[in-house]
Design a protein around this ligand. Sequence first.
Ligand SMILES: [Zn+2]
Length: 81
Amino acid sequence: MKKNDRLNKCFMCHRDKFDIEFFNKNFDDHRKEEHGIFNYVYFIPYLLKKNPEVYTRAESYAWKQFILRNFDWLPFQNDNF
Ligand SMILES: [Zn+2]
């Protein structure tokens, strides 16, 4: 990823700043909150510590996909890696 891309594209979904702000969203908020990479990095350890009986529906889905080694639910644009 080029330096300019790192500054102006989301690492996770690869949408650019203009595209995100076109829909009245703040690009920095998108990168920190909606697609903050650390949200995903810490998500599986979070699920490991949490009691599966109280998983939310989304957490249950994510855990099942993790067990199946299916990572399609992550917003990565695979052609960028
Ligand atoms: Zn994104």
